[in-house]
Ligand binder design. Structure first.
Ligand code: GLA
Ligand code: ZN
Length: 685
């Protein structure tokens, strides 16, 4: 039985290809639009994200609207088979608005109000800003909500940051009242008896500030949760204001790699997830590590709604804001773009279509360079990719099923960074998560990135590195998961605090203690130059021997039913358990008490993936730096084989029959991959 998701837009039920388009920078030269349309077709582009920063061109003075130029752009799009994600312009505002209504300007944590300028610096609580966005959005919706070229709404741009103005302080207090009911409950949850910080009136509470309160961890956590809720509410306000004319048009907002907002909450109000990624390829020999980490983020954004997402922005060549602006080497554009599709994207889109002539992004890569024509290397790469996307377009809408998941909660991210100990010079939470993901990615195993509130039941393997903030309920869910036959992997610094950042009493890892069959008595941070290591126990169940180096963190654990798979090699705790396996019900729970490196993780996951009964995309051993991912509609599998190794590689396919989707040729036996090569294969599911 085939199973596909309905197209993101019925008007464009294929893989989308295009860019951010900012024609309001070129209104003085009408020939530009004509040229752009001609070249968009040559570049095999079918979609543009239009008008993201156009507020000044749409409402040059308060209440005076100039839509004629946008009419013209959208009409030409419609005549030429190009579609638009129409943007709301709230990411940046006209100068007249800041001048007349200073409350729209954001107040920083130091309580200083910003001057007009830059972007992404509005107050998301300000009644005036909300009113002004509702007006312009409503007008856009009325005029274009049923335009044939418009396929959906692109809300604002890269929402993020926080505002500390009086409106936001009031909203924070209201949010806290709603959450805690009484000051007594709040004081207990925040442990304010420490340093005499007890609040006796709601009005005393403020957002964290560099020159004020910033060490009450429960308060810091709640502020970040509030900021997510308030920003989500602002986004929802924008969505409501554009959905008036045509509620069927989907809405998205382009996410980016911020840890500031809990995207799982924002995801709930969006019709489709989209995100922006700008990897720094070719920095020394890091393409493998970077390839793995970009895959992690794609997996995360797909997992937010467990369905296809959009790659809303990427660069067709280089960026101009990273420390070094390297060009993509031949082949890298295709590899990097199809990597997104492999992980569930139904689009490849860029920032931006045409290079700006002035201001801060004039040297950022774009499809059309300052030379103004299509005879460039970058344009050719883009056009070629457009052809490839057309060749493989039946993949649009197909799911990316995974039996493995990594647990990655935003509030754990925040709390673990805020903790103060055991290693303030670098606890490396995200790097650790990424290292575990990479070891699984290298096996060609599809992985979801999930949160504690997601359903665990469909997975065979769940990896939860450094689950420092672990709610009682999460502990119970993981226990049930293991009892029912799942495999769980955890590490040191897990089960330490609850949702308020209050330590679990009675022994770590708190709610995971029974599942892991251990008690973690002490934890030690190591200096950067310190090393410890583990020695695998003779005849251990993982089936491999030897010693492996470890660093940064060593937890001193006692087993309470778990088997010891490896022991420490050094320090006064040499010989004590460092790697354990607990069997509970039908499942298993592994615990790593120390930070192990890629060599160990590679060996470990090779065994654990098989023992957990998780399937690889191809039943074969992949060369280092080569991975495979699969999308499937249940009838056909679409297998992406990707070479991030920087060298030519050869992959031994399994016995199934494969077809190269671009050439139509049958492929069997050995598959040769050039440097930065990527091949999309089709096989029967
Ligand atoms: C972000 C923004 C774009 C642009 C690019 C440049 O992703 O959304 O407007 O500034 O960065 O890389
Ligand atoms: Zn504010």
């Amino acid at each position: 039985m085939t199973k596909k998701f309905p197209p993101i837009s019925n008007k464009l039920p294929v893989l989308m290809h295009g860019a951010d388009y900012n024609p309001d920078q070129w209104l003085h030269d009408p020939k530009v639009l004509e040229e752009d349309i001609r070249m968009m077709k040559l570049a095999n582009c079918n979609v543009m994200a239009l008008g993201m920063f156009s507020w000044a061109a749409l409402e040059p003075t308060e209440g005076v609207f100039t839509f004629e130029w946008l009419d013209k752009v959208l009409d030409s799009f419609a005549e030429n088979g190009i579609y638009a994600w129409l943007s709301t312009p709230s990411g940046a505002r006209p100068a007249w608005m800041s001048a007349k209504y200073p409350e729209v300007l954001r107040v920083e944590a130091n309580r200083v109000r910003n001057l007009h300028g830059m972007r992404h610096n509005h107050c998301y609580t300000s009644p005036v800003y909300r009113e002004k966005t509702a007006i312009i959005n409503g007008k856009l919706a009325e005029r274009y909500g049923n335009h044939p070229a418009v396929i959906g709404w692109h809300i604002s741009n890269e929402l993020g940051g926080d505002c500390h103005c009086d409106y936001c302080q009031d909203a924070f207090r209201a949010w806290l009242k709603e959450k805690y009911g009484t000051l007594e409950a709040l004081n207990f949850a925040w442990w304010t008896s420490f340093w005499a910080h007890t609040y006796t009136d709601w009005s005393q509470i403020e957002s964290p500030a560099p020159h004020g309160e910033n060490m009450v961890h429960g308060q810091n956590l709640d502020w970040r949760r509030f900021v997510t809720d308030q920003m989500t509410d602002f986004c929802d306000h924008e969505i409501k204001s554009v959905k008036t004319a045509n509620p069927d048009l989907p809405a998205t907002t382009n996410m980016h790699m911020t840890d500031g907002l809990d995207y799982r909450k924002l995801a709930k109000i969006l019709d489709v997830i989209s995100w922006d990624v700008y990897p720094t390829w070719h920095d020394y020999n890091n393409d493998i590590e970077l390839g793995a980490s970009v895959s992690f983020w794609h997996d995360l954004y797909r997992s937010l709604q467990q369905k296809p997402f959009l790659l809303m922005e990427s660069t067709p060549s280089l960026t101009n804001w990273q420390p070094i602006s390297k060009l993509k080497q031949p082949g890298m554009h295709k590899l990097s773009s199809l990597q997104a599709v492999a992980h569930g994207s139904d689009s490849v889109q860029y920032f931006q279509w045409r290079k700006s002539r002035g201001s801060s992004e004039k040297f950022h890569g774009a499809v059309v360079d300052h030379v103004g024509h299509e005879h460039t290397r970058v344009f050719k790469d883009v056009a070629d990719l457009g052809r490839t996307l057309a060749d493989i377009s039946e993949i649009a809408g197909t799911p990316t099923p995974a039996k493995t998941a990594i647990l990655f909660d935003w509030d754990n991210r925040w709390a673990v960074q805020d903790a103060q100990g055991p290693r303030n010079s670098g606890i490396h939470y995200e790097e650790t998560v990424m290292a575990h993901h990479r070891a699984i990615w290298e096996q060609g195993v599809p992985t979801d990135i999930i949160g504690s509130e997601d359903d665990f039941a469909g997975y065979k393997l769940i990896v939860a590195p450094m689950l420092y903030l672990c709610r009682e309920e999460t502990g119970q869910k993981l226990e049930k998961f293991v009892e029912n036959g799942g495999t769980l992997v955890t590490t040191y610094w897990s089960g330490i605090v609850n949702e308020h950042d209050l330590c679990h009493l009675g022994g770590f890892p708190g709610p995971l203690r029974k599942t892991l069959g251990i008690w973690a008595e002490e934890i030690e941070g190591l200096y950067d130059h310190d090393r410890n290591g583990i020695a695998m126990a003779e005849g251990n169940e993982l089936g491999f021997n030897g010693s492996f180096e470890s660093h940064e963190i060593c937890e001193l654990i006692h087993t309470e039913g778990a088997a010891v798979l490896a022991t420490y090699t050094d320090s006064f705790y040499a010989g004590r358990p460092a790697l354990t396996l607990n069997r509970l019900g039908k499942g298993r729970a592994y615990h790593m008490a120390t930070r192990l490196k890629d060599d160990f993780l590679g060996e470990f996951y090779k065994q654990v993936v098989d023992a957990a009964g998780v399937e690889r995309a191809i039943h074969t051993e992949l060369p280092a730096g080569v991975t495979a991912q699969v999308r499937t509609d249940g009838e056909s599998d679409y297998v992406f084989v990707m070479n991030f190794s920087g060298q030519e590689q050869c992959v031994k396919l399994d016995e199934r029959s494969y077809m190269n989707m671009e050439t139509g040729d049958a492929v069997s036996g050995e598959l040769a991959l050039p440097v930065h090569g990527v091949v999309v294969l089709k096989r029967q599911a």
